[in-house]
Write a protein that binds this ligand. Structure first.
Ligand code: ZN
Length: 683
């Protein structure tokens, strides 16, 4: 154990020394030790105090996290068979540990006695919040219920987790069951070379000649966006939107219908067992929105304001399709295709031409300059450190007073065996244990096209926005001044508020004054031409109304489905969806459309009665940014206020209270409508 690099490091992990063989011994050893230490303490019984009970729990959480974070990170960025096996071998034990701790009645009693003790009132607000959150989470597992109801709750949870997997498996099986080999390139007219290469690769993977269409999302999307053949688009559309349902080419074969009904019934029963009116109310227990009517009011309000613009968007598209190809009745499988054509005609935005103005050698220093102006932060690069790949860089973040706030690894480029996408992850969190303060460390990971020997990495504007987004998450994790692990950084932040700092940062990618800091031609240093900037900003609002009502349709459907569940009447899934569409949607899909049967976010992911969170967080970030528009986008006082009220506070206070402190009032939807181009600018 002494030689195990996952256990022996103090400051930063020795990534190059970590081998798959280290993983299981380290994790199982820590889990055993943590269990033994916590059980021993609970055996002694009360009185409980913050300084021993919570310190003990945070110490073990921190040790486990310090060992597991590099493993989970390496599994994502340097995946290989042995590391994946070691990683997977630990998952059941980690999840069993979390369940055991989350449902441990003695631990629940210990927290309760701490909450009821005289000491509670003497604790700081972050400590009290941590105790309150723990008690809330215990209650949500059913541990506070009488034994028979507790047992029922456990059974429901187990069944729900089986049903989620079943939903996902049905969807996967249905997705992979459909394939369409294409022998002639003529049939694929309109597709760009990158899409054709993907279809060719699909065919090769299956040992076929020619091209192969599948229902995997990139393939579906490429056909819907580019295929000139209208009948082919219709065929692929029909197969895609009927997956795992009672309709389409595999009707009834992997039907998610009964699975969805059982999920809704059990969620409703569980919510009522736990004392909530319905699952929509239960879902809000861990969110910033405090009442179901507030969520519904907010979504309906947005929908009402966005729908006229969405209708105009659709009318425009209809007449465009008619002019182009004489299409008299625009169908669901025509929307993506003609939208892309219209976008190209209107903006002629070439991502390739734009990229030359966003070399990473300008974007990154520009990003650092922006946070320096906003928050008085200084970013310096560190050189002597151990890493998992030569491209990785490490930076330190200092505040105005010269204090080290945290460090972050930056792993920017795509390469084999690295998971796709972009994300921020926690390597270590901020915590004070005894008289020792641990400063936070973050992983920032992207998948940009790497530089070549004579050209720096050139980013598309989307990629620039992605970098700013993840950096925003990073600032939230690194700038925290909270000393308790459970509520420091992004920990303990309400679900629907966690995207506030990240989406907030994206705003700077569209502002003229900020763009001069982050752009410049990689060969000449020349500034981004005005015409390009204007096109870029105009294209941001393309079909904003249609996009908005589509997201609102999903969010309202999800929320009402859980809110209106009635055991006597069942889920009424498509009845509710139809009603929502009637009020909100402008595009009415064909009756065979079984969208809900593939809506994994809410049936297999964690978004049940929570899909609205996407829009909610956009409202928060837009509204927060509007204060900068009012006071100047680099106003240091506004920056300071965002830093002290939001970024430094983590989950130590309720997100609504923090937002009100920063903005001076509760969030309003006006700024989002303006920023997304749905309502005219008044600022
Ligand atoms: Zn995010």
């Amino acid at each position: 154990m002494i030689d195990n690099p996952l256990l022996s490091y103090d400051d930063l992990p020795s990534f190059s020394a970590i081998r798959p063989k280290h993983v299981e011994p380290a994790i199982f050893h820590l889990l055993d030790q943590a269990c033994a230490a916590i059980h021993a303490r609970l055996q002694q019984g009360p009185p409980y105090h913050w300084n021993e009970l919570i310190t003990l729990l945070e110490t073990w959480d921190n040790r486990l996290n310090k060992a597991w974070a590099p493993v989970s990170h390496l599994n994502a960025v340097c995946n290989n068979e042995n590391m994946r096996a070691a990683y997977n071998a630990c998952l059941p034990a980690l999840s069993a540990y979390a369940t055991e701790m989350g449902q441990n009645a003695a631990l629940y009693q210990a927290y309760l006695s701490l909450r009821d003790s005289a000491e509670y009132a003497t604790l700081d607000i972050a400590a009290r919040q941590l105790i309150d959150h723990a008690l809330r989470d215990f209650k949500l597992t059913g541990v506070a219920l009488p034994p028979d109801q507790q047992a029922r709750c456990k059974t429901i949870n187990q069944r729900l987790s089986q049903l989620s997997s079943q939903f996902e498996e049905n969807l996967l099986d249905a997705t992979y069951a459909w394939r369409k080999p294409i022998a002639s390139l003529d049939a694929l007219a309109g597709l760009p070379p990158s899409a054709l290469a993907m279809l060719k690769q699909n065919a090769e993977r299956d040992g076929l000649d020619g091209w192969l269409l599948t229902l995997e999302f990139p393939c579906y999307q490429a056909i819907m966006t580019y295929a000139d053949d209208r009948a082919l688009r219709e065929e692929v559309y029909l197969a895609y939107v009927t997956r795992a349902s009672d309709q389409g080419p595999h009707a009834g074969r992997w039907n998610n219908g009964p699975v969805m009904e059982e999920i809704l019934a059990l969620r409703h029963e569980k919510a009522q067992l736990l004392g909530f009116a319905d699952y929509a109310a239960l879902s809000l227990a861990t969110k910033m929105a405090d009442h179901p009517e507030k969520v519904l009011g907010f979504l309906n309000d947005l929908a009402q304001r966005a729908k006229p613009r969405a209708e105009r968007d659709l009318d425009e598209l209809r007449s465009f399709a008619k002019d182009q190809d004489g299409i008299a009745n625009l169908q669901a499988w025509d929307i993506g295709y003609y939208s892309e054509k219209l976008r190209q005609q209107r903006y002629q935005l070439s991502q390739e031409a734009l990229k030359a103005y966003f070399p990473i050698t300008r974007v990154l220093p520009g990003l650092f300059a922006i946070v320096e102006r906003l928050y008085g932060l200084r970013v310096t690069e560190l050189t002597d450190f151990d890493s998992w790949h030569p491209d990785v860089r490490l930076f330190a973040l200092y505040d105005q007073a010269g204090q080290l706030r945290g460090r972050f690894y930056l792993d920017l480029y795509a390469r084999p065996h690295k998971r796709s996408g972009a994300w921020m992850d926690d390597c270590k969190g901020r915590v004070r244990l005894g008289d020792r303060l641990q400063t936070p460390v973050a992983f920032l990971v992207c998948n940009f096209t790497p530089p070549t020997s004579d050209t720096p990495a050139l980013l598309t504007h989307d990629e620039v926005t992605t970098l700013f987004h993840e950096f925003g998450h990073g600032l939230h994790h690194l700038l925290t001044q909270v000393d308790h692990l459970g509520v420091s950084g992004i920990n303990g932040v309400e679900w629907d508020a966690v995207e506030l700092p990240s989406q907030f940062m994206e705003n700077w990618c569209w502002e003229h004054e900020a763009l001069t800091l982050i752009s410049g031609h990689y060969q000449t240093g020349e500034a981004l031409p005005q015409a390009m900037l204007q096109n870029l900003r105009a294209a941001k609002h393309f079909q904003a109304g249609m996009l908005m009502v589509r997201q609102l349709e999903f969010a309202l459907f999800d929320y009402r489905l859980h809110r209106e569940y009635d055991p006597q009447r069942g889920g009424r899934i498509y009845e509710i969806l139809d009603e929502v569409r009637h009020h909100v949607a402008v595009v009415r899909p064909p009756t065979y459309n079984r969208f809900a049967h593939g809506f994994s976010h809410i049936f297999a992911g964690g978004y049940g009665a929570g899909y609205y969170s996407y829009k909610w967080a956009e409202v928060l970030s837009s509204d927060a940014f509007s204060l900068f528009e009012e006071t100047g986008i680099f106003n240091p006082l506004t920056g300071q206020a965002f830093l002290t009220h939001i970024l430094e506070k983590g989950g130590s206070e309720n997100a609504m209270a923090l937002f009100v402190k920063f903005r001076g009032r509760e969030p309003s939807i006006d700024a989002l409508l303006r920023h997304s181009g749905i309502e005219e600018s008044v600022v």
